[in-house]
Design a protein. Structure first.
Length: 69
């Protein structure tokens, strides 16, 4: 089972946004965003920062709380 390293799925749900919307905003495949949301794979730091900007949140909001300490 993959460790939950990011909170992308949670932030998308809080903002009532979809994986497809984020994929379109970042110009990446929807499958890629789906893998991030299930923590199967992780975005690189550049992409994570870009996602935070698109979502209007601080990059730390996209990280699991265990990683923020």
């Amino acid at each position: 089972m993959a460790e939950n390293l990011n909170r992308i799925k949670v932030v998308l749900a809080e903002q009532r946004r979809t994986n497809k919307w984020l994929a379109d905003q970042l110009a990446v495949n929807q499958t890629t965003v789906s893998k991030w949301c299930t923590n199967t794979t992780q975005p690189d730091l550049y992409t994570l920062n870009k996602a935070a900007t698109v979502l209007g949140v601080d990059i730390t909001e996209l990280l699991n709380s265990k990683l923020r300490k």
